[in-house]
Design a protein around this ligand. Structure first.
Ligand code: IMP
Length: 196
């Protein structure tokens, strides 16, 4: 029986990761479902550093594979911010307050500086060591009016020009094919399939 623990407490990510990794393991469960309540401080200066820190910390507590991701939004005209601080960009750290700060800052930028990308680093840890890692991105643009209620976090403000829709408007099944996390998890899938 092959079990995978997802080292994240974010329900939006757990939902997406379960959908994308379905069929690869006999059981895919969140840390919460596994009864693990460890709070790993995300103080690395890169997405990969934070993902590795989380995956390795949890992997030392369990026998099975552990996957952690660290992701965030990087805006061109903001020098890549919020970046690794995406989850706690505002003082409150809620989606609502983070989005309000994003809109306030991006409204000061010209159209040509509103390009942005989501980035996702994935680390698979096994027996306290990194077995696989990768980093992928998804390019778009920040808009100032929220559109749609799908997804989570900054999604209603993240426009994919080729679709003419935000991640808040795009069907979850499509997001799960084209997002930063989808691409990184596809690479993880490939790695796990090769191991079979
Ligand atoms: P993490 O849990 O430290 O990886 O924080 C990631 C943060 O980046 C989330 O709380 C969101 O604010 C943002 N983020 C990452 N991926 C997405 C996404 O797919 N949609 C919307 N926001 C995202």
């Amino acid at each position: 029986m092959k079990k995978l623990i997802l080292a994240t407490g974010n329900p939006g990510k757990v939902r997406e990761m379960k959908q994308i990794l379905a069929g690869l393991y006999d059981e895919v469960i969140s840390m919460k479902e596994a009864g693990i309540a460890v709070d790993v401080v995300e103080d690395a200066d890169s997405f990969l550093g934070n993902a590795a820190k989380k995956a390795l910390a949890i992997s030392q507590l369990v026998e099975c594979d552990v996957v952690a991701d660290d992701s965030g939004l990087c805006v061109d005209g903001l020098g890549g911010r919020p970046g690794v601080y995406s989850a706690r960009y505002s003082a409150e750290g809620t989606d609502e307050a983070n989005n309000a700060k994003l809109v306030q800052e991006v409204s000061q930028l010209g159209e040509e500086q509103r390009g942005a990308h989501y980035e996702c680093a994935i680390v698979l840890a096994r027996k306290g060591e990194v077995a696989f890692s990768c980093e992928c991105r998804c390019d778009g643009q920040i808009i100032l009016q929220a559109r749609g209620s799908e997804g989570f976090g900054y999604d209603p403000y993240f426009l994919l020009p080729e679709y003419g829709k935000t991640f808040g408007e795009i069907e979850p099944a499509i997001k799960n094919q084209i997002s930063h996390r989808a691409k990184a998890l596809a690479e993880l899938r490939q790695f796990a399939e090769q191991e079979r």
